[in-house]
Design a protein around this ligand. Structure first.
Ligand code: ZN
Ligand code: ZN
Length: 241
């Protein structure tokens, strides 16, 4: 891939950094907004029985924003050229993140994507990233009748032996989380150790009051590939730098 820093230029200004946690108003699992007095957002509370891993979003993705447009358009735009352009930019974001935050993610053996029935939309993006391509294996397959809105490990078949393997789980967007958490559960049932999960965008609905409150202080801050939610997430009381 061409220089990732150049590739992401049109998208960079639209990337919103991710808040650190623990922090009042920030979900302890997915780094989205949580109602004051609650440790997690509602989707993550619903996954509590799973003991969900902390999600590592690269940026917040506001509904209707440019990152949101990329996260939809890279797979569904009717224009091949537009799909390719958006895929390349998303690969650039992922590449910069992987290069800078290896230590934040932890060690892993296999990288794999959360698939949908009939396709693994993120795979062509992931395999453009040098840090991921060499150890990429698609070990999850989505069942054709999967209901992505419910947390159910039966949504996914694990297609090879992953027992004891550290699987870095990747997805484009985290919204309700049901799909990603189902993938986590499916891998754990086969005794894999789930690493990450890393998602490019944590989807934010600005009409939801706790999200509006979060965006009011974080939206104008500058995203940097040198910082992530784990090593230097944003804090309401001020940034670390
Ligand atoms: Zn959450
Ligand atoms: Zn980091």
């Amino acid at each position: 891939m061409a220089d990732a820093g150049q590739v992401i230029v049109p998208l960079r200004g639209a990337l919103i950094p991710v808040p650190a946690q623990p922090q009042v108003g920030v979900c302890a699992v997915c780094h989205s907004s949580a109602k004051p007095g609650f440790a997690t957002c509602r989707p993550c509370a619903e996954a509590a029985r799973l003991n969900p891993p902390e999600i590592l979003p690269i940026a917040l993705s506001v509904h209707g924003g440019l990152l949101h447009a990329h996260l939809r358009g890279y797979k569904d735009s009717p224009s091949v050229t537009a799909r390719d352009r958006m895929s390349l930019r998303l690969a650039g974001v992922l590449a910069m993140f992987m290069a800078q935050h290896e230590g934040c993610i932890g060690e892993w053996d296999i990288a794999t994507c959360v698939p949908s029935p009939g396709r693994v939309a993120l795979q062509p993006v992931v395999t453009r990233v040098r840090e991921l391509a060499g150890r990429f294996r698609q070990v999850l397959a989505a069942q054709s009748d999967a209901d992505e809105r419910t947390l159910d490990p039966e949504q996914f078949a694990v297609t090879e032996d992953v027992a004891g393997r550290r699987v870095l789980l990747l997805d484009d967007t985290f919204a309700s989380g049901a799909k990603l958490f189902s993938a986590v559960a499916a891998l754990r049932r086969r005794d894999a150790v789930v690493v990450g999960p890393v998602v490019i965008g944590r989807h934010i609905q600005c009409g939801w009051p706790p999200s509006a409150d979060l965006l009011s202080w974080i939206e104008e801050r500058v995203w940097s590939e040198r910082r992530c939610a784990r090593c230097a997430g944003e804090r309401r009381s001020g940034t670390l730098f």
